[in-house]
Ligand binder design. Structure first.
Ligand code: PLP
Length: 449
């Protein structure tokens, strides 16, 4: 084994702590994606992080490629973020009152996001997508909206349809997909307002819209599908979806919670040259602090202005002062030398992708690496590409992926074993981190049947 690789000596403390946590927390965690539903026999319990590294309770060190599901665009405990957050706590972290910090953060968002004429801050990506839908409904006077199979927009009732994978033979026709609620406890009437379509398939979307288009308040989409790994849009697909939405006077909502501030300073709308009516953000914008944001035209956002016909959006923690300070510092870091920050992310990510592809080729393992730059995913499959939810359900060997990642965890690489998530490159990652990842991946592949 190459000398730079670390090996996990013991996870005894993680195991014991997980046992203890299960007595007070459901599954010992606060989100099922962190517990035994994904990690076997249980999670690696993390204690601290710095740069690209995290350490578990047993003192094992890992290079983190999950980065809080993408929230940590500057890595762990970036000195500037630590400084700003520490100062903000000392001054009073939040007042639920007007502060200069919220306008300072907002001004930076407007500068970076091409279609942002106004911004409203919330606390999570879920809150942002909830608000976007409410705004779209108010603006159009319509109730129904269209979401795509396999897209995740948070855990709000209306979005909890076909967000998880299901056996391919159960998916039904593309023009009328079988519908799977992702959760118990959601009234059927809520999901009745959701029109479902397959992604990356413009002809089928046209067919579905012929029936449902006139009733739609909005079409919501992730620009790059990030919750079945990393699935890229076909050429011009997103622009065509936007045009189709507008043909039916529905809004085009771009959910950039994962992609925002990551693929470009202005997210995927900048990268692909799109003009969404509303956009949602979270994750990277908050650099590790809980945050959501909705941007769009002044006309639509101003519907929240107080009055008898307003769109209601309250929240004790909206515009949280400490978080706003962090947002401004985070965006300043990204923009201080934009070319260097994004250039480094792209270079590091692309070298990881090419390196992994090379390993799979050399070892004759049927696997592909999809994505580019800041985000990618590995699929164990004989296919040349995974284009949508249906491909993912049918062709991605998610069990093999889980074994692969568990092997990496034993070799000092931290990543979730869920194939539905994706590898994240932060500004902190270096060529040396990639070298260690590739050595670990090569070592795991040697033993991967
Ligand atoms: C595309 C997308 N939208 C919305 C959300 C919800 O964000 P949050 O987890 O901050 O509520 C997520 C979370 O993973 C997401 O991936």
């Amino acid at each position: 084994m190459p000398s730079k690789l670390t090996t996990t000596s013991s996870r005894e403390k993680s195991r014991k702590w997980y046992e203890r946590a299960q007595r007070s927390l459901v599954e010992g965690v606060n989100s099922p994606s962190r517990g035994a539903a994904v990690f076997s026999p249980g999670p690696v319990v993390l204690e601290r992080g710095g740069g690209t590294r995290v350490w578990d309770l047993d003192g094992n060190e890992y290079i983190d490629f999950m980065m809080s599901f993408g929230a940590l665009i500057q890595g762990h405990a970036h000195p500037r973020i630590v400084e700003v957050a520490s100062q903000a706590i000392a001054e009073g972290s939040h007042f639920a009152a007007a502060t200069p910090a919220e306008a300072e953060a907002a001004e930076r968002v407007l500068k970076m996001v091409p279609t942002a004429e106004k911004v409203r801050f919330a606390n999570t990506g879920t809150e942002a997508t909830m608000l976007a839908l409410r705004l779209a409904r108010a603006h159009t006077g319509r109730t129904k909206f269209l979401k795509f199979e396999g897209h995740y927009h948070g855990w709000y009732d209306a979005y909890c349809l076909n967000g998880n994978s299901h056996p391919a033979q159960l998916l039904g026709p593309r023009t009328n997909p079988a519908r799977f609620a992702d959760s118990e406890g959601i009234p059927a009437s809520v999901l009745d307002d959701v029109v479902l379509g397959p992604w990356n398939d413009i002809e089928t979307l046209k067919t579905i819209l012929r029936e449902h288009g006139p009733d739609l308040a909005a079409i919501i989409t992730e620009p790059i599908m990030a919750n079945m790994g990393c699935i890229l849009p076909r050429e011009d697909y997103l622009q065509k979806v936007c045009d189709l939405a507008h043909d039916y006077d529905a809004l085009f909502i771009l959910d950039e919670v994962v992609t925002g501030f990551r693929y470009a300073p202005g997210g995927c709308q900048q990268y692909y040259g799109l003009k969404p009516d509303l956009s949602t953000f979270g994750k990277a914008l908050g650099a590790g602090f809980p945050l959501g944001a909705v941007t769009g035209s002044r006309e639509i956002l101003e519907r929240m202005r107080w009055g008898s016909e307003m769109v209601l959006h309250y929240g004790t923690f909206n515009g949280h002062r400490l978080t706003m300070k962090v947002v401004a510092a985070n965006l300043d870091l990204l923009m201080a030398n934009e070319a260097a920050a994004y250039g480094k992310i792209y270079e590091t990510g692309n070298s990881a992708i090419e390196g992994l592809q090379g390993i799979f080729r050399r070892r004759k393992i049927d696997a592909i690496v999809q994505g580019f730059g800041p985000m990618f995913q590995i699929y164990f499959t004989e296919r040349e590409a995974i284009h949508d939810y249906r491909d993912y359900c049918e062709y991605a060997d998610t069990e093999k992926y889980s074994r692969f990642v568990h092997g990496l965890l034993d070799r000092g690489i931290y990543m979730t074993p869920s194939n539905g998530l994706h590898w994240i490159i932060s500004t902190a990652h270096t060529a040396a981190d990639v070298e260690i990842l590739l050595a670990a991946a090569d070592d795991v592949c040697a033993s991967l049947a």
